[in-house]
Write a protein that binds this ligand. Structure first.
Ligand code: IPD
Ligand code: CA
Ligand code: CA
Ligand code: CA
Length: 280
């Protein structure tokens, strides 16, 4: 009797299969996508490859688990209100797949090799499986609730840096430029002098996977969506790290402003961001 298996079908195996298939297809389109559209603002892009990746994943999940619900970025109306509403509606479902078909679309468009496919499965609002796949490095990050998290089959463990001054922290420059970007910039100017260094590489899901694997000490960003985070958060929790919102409250699927770390420097990171938010 295994919570991760229905009949003979393992949720995790299907998630891995979807991520691998989508990733493989995305790589055939790198440098030769056909259409570029602007979504919410000129900082928010979508290509036919994002849409095709989501279609492929949705179809594959649907054939295995026809009664499960599905929330994918490209199936939602653009904009923060629309995506919050879509999550609220979907959250009532027993099993909900939460999918970002390409996290790091801007990188994909420019050929900057840092993007991934992110697939999570939530059971009654709690994430139980998380898979993040980086097709450039062929790296597969996998977590199952209560069972640990793995990369290349090797158990992951968060970094041991105990203070901000020894830490490598990542963040993002959100597409939403009125609220999220200015607030994130305040965080950057507060933290840059305090940490060993900052990184802004353009994929929230991959940054979270890097916190899980100890390559980054922490990550924060304002104004993210459930599909950017759901899989990566479980990777971190199952690798011994901590994820909260910017006030320090525990992560839930509705969180937009996220702080993730190895745990040891979490309090320091949250306090620095609070101070940044309060600054003029
Ligand atoms: C974006 C990336 C980026 C982050 C943005 C996200 P997308 O996702 O994760 O790093 O800064 O806030 O929207 O649009 O490439 O899937
Ligand atoms: Ca997007
Ligand atoms: Ca994303
Ligand atoms: Ca995306």
């Amino acid at each position: 009797n295994n919570a991760f298996v229905v009949g003979s079908k393992s949720f995790t195996a299907v998630a891995i299969n979807c991520a691998a298939k989508a990733g493989e297809w995305i790589m055939t389109k790198l440098g030769n996508y056909a259409s570029l559209e602007i979504k919410y603002s000129e900082h928010d892009l979508v290509t036919e490859v994002d849409k095709g990746s989501e279609r492929l994943i949705r179809k594959l999940i649907g054939t295995h688990f026809p009664h499960h619900s599905f929330l994918g970025e490209e199936g939602c109306e653009p904009g923060p209100e629309a995506s919050a509403k879509a999550l609220e509606e979907a959250q009532d479902s027993e099993y909900l797949w939460i999918v970002d078909p390409i996290d790091g679309t801007t990188n994909f468009v420019h050929g900057f090799p840092f993007f991934c496919v992110s697939i999570a499965l939530a059971y009654r609002g709690e994430v139980i499986v998380g898979v993040v796949y980086d097709p450039i490095k062929d790296e597969l990050f996998i977590a199952e609730k209560g069972k640990g998290a793995y990369v290349h089959g090797k158990r992951m463990q968060v970094a041991e840096d105990a203070s901000l001054k020894e830490s490598l922290i990542a963040t993002g420059l959100p597409a939403e430029r009125e609220y999220a970007l200015p607030l994130n910039l305040k965080g950057i100017s507060e933290l840059a002098p305090q940490v060993r260094n900052l990184r802004v590489a353009g994929s929230a899901a991959l940054h979270l996977a890097y916190v899980a694997s100890g390559r980054l000490s922490g990550f924060w960003e304002i104004g993210l969506n459930s599909w950017d985070m759901a899989a990566g958060v479980l990777l971190i929790q199952e690798s011994g790290g901590v994820v909260t919102d910017t006030s320090g409250a525990p992560y839930t699927l509705g969180v937009r402003d996220v702080v993730a770390s190895n745990g040891l420097l979490h309090k320091e990171l949250v306090e620095a961001l609070k101070k940044a938010e309060a600054a003029e």
